[in-house]
Design a protein around this ligand. Structure first.
Ligand SMILES: *[C@@H]1O[C@H](CO)[C@@H](O)[C@H](O)[C@H]1NC(C)=O
Ligand SMILES: *[C@@H]1O[C@H](CO)[C@@H](O)[C@H](O)[C@H]1NC(C)=O
Ligand SMILES: *[C@@H]1O[C@H](CO)[C@@H](O)[C@H](O)[C@H]1NC(C)=O
Ligand SMILES: *[C@@H]1O[C@H](CO)[C@@H](O)[C@H](O)[C@H]1NC(C)=O
Ligand SMILES: *[C@@H]1O[C@H](CO)[C@@H](O)[C@H](O)[C@H]1NC(C)=O
Ligand SMILES: *[C@@H]1O[C@H](CO)[C@@H](O)[C@H](O)[C@H]1NC(C)=O
Ligand SMILES: *[C@@H]1O[C@H](CO)[C@@H](O)[C@H](O)[C@H]1NC(C)=O
Length: 516
């Protein structure tokens, strides 16, 4: 008995003595590995530091930034319709796709995506123009009916939530009902100034409607791309002052009707105007808004950072950027990572999303007659093929590496928080790195520390990829890994900062559980 206890204690101390890297997910530039789980057996050890590698990553877990909420895209009507068709055609493939995208189990071959933007009514990826109340002059909203949306929007959303209950739903309209607008159409124009309060009521009814369908929204926005009007699809302009007025009215309705915690998010448009429209919005009605969101279609991500410096307490979301069909796979990954999945996150975004969750191989179906996503067309995060199979695109692989790094460790527990990381070494310029810590429900349990590394030392165009031999420094100990050109996510566990040695046996237990 005594002997057993003694042996057990030794084993625990040994395991707890240093951090180890057991799991690596990797995508290579030439697609020989696609978000592939490489088990490291034996695990990579953090040991007393030797010389630094040609890349040197220094992780500082004593400096933390924003909490990450998740990664994903928009479940447009078109995406939901394609997914619903796939469910009918080949339900095995439908469920394998939903699991690959959304399952948040740590060991699963899956990305654990957890953020979906959902249009309220028609967008440029809907079968026809509709709102939830198209009865001209119905100023009491008596005819409001959430089931004007195709039923597959709700059924697919509920299927996704059944795979990952942590999925956050962000509702956003592309246009108010046509009869509330100057031109009497959803396709372009603007809200009538007399409709401010009625439109706020329409939005609270939308929140209630989704709730009645079993979907609790995480966030709501007032208008997608409020500086853009296009006569070929649902769009609508709104000044920052008007958006502020609707925001004030909507926030008080939210508080009075059981939605006090739903985030109210403003702007939803290009980086280029980051210090104009959203600043006007904050000045007009800052208290009503939890934060603002950005799209990639003009300007640069540093402008999102400029807004964040002016309003450091406001939350930032990066909610839309679309891939274009026919472009180069690895160049796309580099751009999305640099600007969105590293860039927007470094500039304080809590979430980073691409556009349509799913489209077909032609970038369809689109709103009939729309000029949106013209030319080669837009690419979905996944493509639903005509033969009942699916293909994950470059948008997926880019976000999967960040999503995996930040999924909650505990069911119902927190997701990752960004921490400080610096890169040095003679080839350090070839590495782009993000670092995260994921907390535990029991604050004495070991936390998960994750790195996402992009090696882009590839001789752009000439394609001469150079591996970077890298040292990783964490709490005075060093691990080594050679990063091929591509994306790598890896993680290890460590006790909470400043924890006493009594934590070690607990920590060792969680390491053991993890690797069963
Ligand atoms: C890590 O790399 C450095 C520099 O190349 C070397 O000095 C050290 O021995 C390596 N450590 C391990 C554990 O391989
Ligand atoms: C964080 O830790 C590093 C290394 O121990 C130290 O140099 C730095 O001053 C610390 N920073 C803060 C903000 O505590
Ligand atoms: C679904 O697709 C898989 C391959 O992707 C195939 O093996 C299976 O037979 C298909 N099932 C149906 C019902 O078509
Ligand atoms: C911002 O984005 C839209 C896409 O919705 C684009 O058409 C528009 O020209 C952009 N605005 C600016 C100021 O460039
Ligand atoms: C289905 O279509 C895709 C895309 O065209 C193709 O890559 C795949 O091989 C096809 N699969 C089957 C089982 O026919
Ligand atoms: C990649 O890194 C190596 C080692 O630092 C360097 O010699 C090479 O020039 C780099 N590649 C490119 C394309 O610059
Ligand atoms: C793919 O890329 C990796 C990393 O650069 C390289 O090691 C491997 O040899 C390449 N494989 C092929 C088949 O090109």
């Amino acid at each position: 008995m005594r002997l057993t206890l003694f042996t057990l204690a030794c084993a625990l101390i040994d395991l707890g003595a240093s951090q180890q890297i057991w799991d690596i997910w990797q995508t290579t530039w030439n697609r020989t590995r696609l978000f592939k789980n490489l088990e490291t057996r034996p695990p990579l050890q953090f040991v007393t530091p030797g010389a630094i590698g040609s890349g040197h990553i220094v992780v500082s877990d004593n400096v933390t930034y924003q909490d990450i909420v998740g990664f994903g895209g928009s479940l447009t009507d078109s995406s939901a319709r394609l997914l619903d068709d796939l469910k009918t055609k080949n339900s095995t493939n439908y469920w394998s796709l939903l699991n690959y995208l959304f399952s948040a189990k740590e060991a699963a071959n899956a990305a654990g995506l957890s953020y979906l933007r959902v249009p309220l009514g028609a967008s440029d990826f809907a079968a026809k123009a509709y709102s939830y109340d198209d009865i001209n002059g119905d100023t009491c909203l008596k005819e409001f009916d959430i089931t004007k949306a195709p039923s597959y929007v709700f059924s697919v959303l509920l299927d996704i939530i059944s795979v990952n209950q942590a999925v956050k739903v962000h509702l956003v309209p592309w246009s108010p009902p046509a009869w509330m607008k100057t031109g009497g159409t959803m396709n372009g124009g603007m809200l009538k100034p007399t409709m401010i309060n009625l439109y706020a009521s329409y939005l609270i009814k939308s929140l209630q409607g989704f709730k009645r369908q079993g979907i609790d929204a995480y966030a709501i926005s007032i208008q997608n791309e409020p500086q853009y009007s296009n006569p070929t699809y649902p769009t609508s302009t709104l000044t920052a002052f008007q958006e502020g007025q609707i925001g004030v009215a909507l926030k008080s309705l939210m508080k009075a009707n059981g939605f006090p915690k739903v985030k109210l998010i403003g702007y939803e448009h290009n980086w280029s105007d980051a210090t104009v429209y959203p600043v006007q919005l904050m000045k007009a009605a800052g208290d009503a808004f939890d934060g603002v969101s950005f799209h990639c279609y003009a300007g640069s991500v540093s402008q999102q950072g400029d807004f964040s410096k002016l309003y450091p307490k406001k939350e930032i979301y990066f909610t839309e950027c679309s891939g274009v069909r026919g472009t180069d796979w690895w160049n796309d990954i580099k751009w999305f990572m640099d600007n969105v999945f590293f860039g927007a996150i470094e500039n304080n975004a809590k979430a980073a999303l691409m556009w349509n969750l799913a489209l077909d191989a032609k970038g369809e179906p689109k709103y009939p007659g729309t000029g949106s996503c013209a030319g080669p067309g837009c690419r979905g995060i996944v493509t639903i093929n005509a033969n009942g199979t699916w293909t994950a695109n470059q948008e997926f692989y880019a976000m999967a590496h960040l999503s995996k790094a930040t999924i909650p460790r505990d069911m119902g527990g927190p997701s990752g928080r960004r921490i400080k990381v610096a890169v040095g070494g003679s080839a350090g310029w070839g590495l782009r790195v993000g670092a995260f810590v994921t907390g535990r429900l029991d604050s004495s349990d070991w936390r998960r520390y994750s790195l996402v590394v992009m090696n882009w030392n590839d001789s752009v165009g000439g394609r001469n990829p150079v591996d970077v031999k890298t040292t990783i420094l964490f709490r005075g100990l060093q691990a080594n890994y050679t990063f091929p050109v591509g994306l790598t996510t890896l993680w290890w566990y460590a006790p909470p900062l400043g924890a006493s040695t009594t934590i070690e046996s607990r920590g060792a237990q969680s390491v053991l559980q993890l690797n069963q």
